[in-house]
Design a binder for this molecule. Structure first.
Ligand code: ZN
Length: 163
């Protein structure tokens, strides 16, 4: 008789049973709670279970799940949740240091001056990379609650580059 896997949603548990092929699709009583458990089909990937202390998606394909994403390896060492070698997850933002804010303000002054000069000469002053960096820094500053650390300024060309 082949071995089949069954899943009990009440216990969130998987168990295996030897069953004749013709009976394999029938629900089977869970050994823990005796409720009917459905057979796990190869495409059932709706549910998580814990194995070896790690969340695994059912049926277990030998992969692991990390922050809802499938990864090949578990994180064994004590790692911060967002750190996984298989995933490209942005770490939580740290508030910029006062030096970084100063450097940003200074760079902004330089950039604005250059952009105004370029504009005065009828040149296009679009610098996508700089605008992106600027927007990223501003986002980080705002998201870490440091919006008031920006030096107040009048016409800030970066003001409309964030949303
Ligand atoms: Zn059960």
């Amino acid at each position: 008789m082949p071995l089949y896997e069954y899943y009990c949603s009440d216990c969130n548990g998987v168990f295996e049973l030897l069953r004749p092929v013709r009976e394999s699709s029938k629900e089977q009583p869970c050994p823990e709670c005796d409720r009917e458990a459905k057979r796990l089909m190869p495409l059932d990937i709706q549910t998580f279970t814990m194995r070896d202390g790690l969340p695994r998606r059912i049926p277990d394909r030998g992969t692991y799940w990390h922050l809802g994403k499938e990864v090949a390896r578990p994180v064994n060492e004590a790692a911060r949740a967002w750190e996984h070698p298989d995933l490209d997850i942005d770490p939580p933002m740290k508030p910029p240091t006062p030096e970084e804010v100063d450097a940003f303000n200074h760079q902004l002054d330089v950039d604005i001056e250059q952009e105004m000069e370029a504009a005065a000469n009828g040149m296009q002053a679009i610098q996508p990379q700089k605008n992106l960096e600027r927007a990223k820094f501003l986002e980080r500053l705002v998201k870490t609650g440091g919006a008031d650390r920006l030096r107040p300024r009048g016409a800030d060309p970066s003001a409309d580059s964030t949303d």
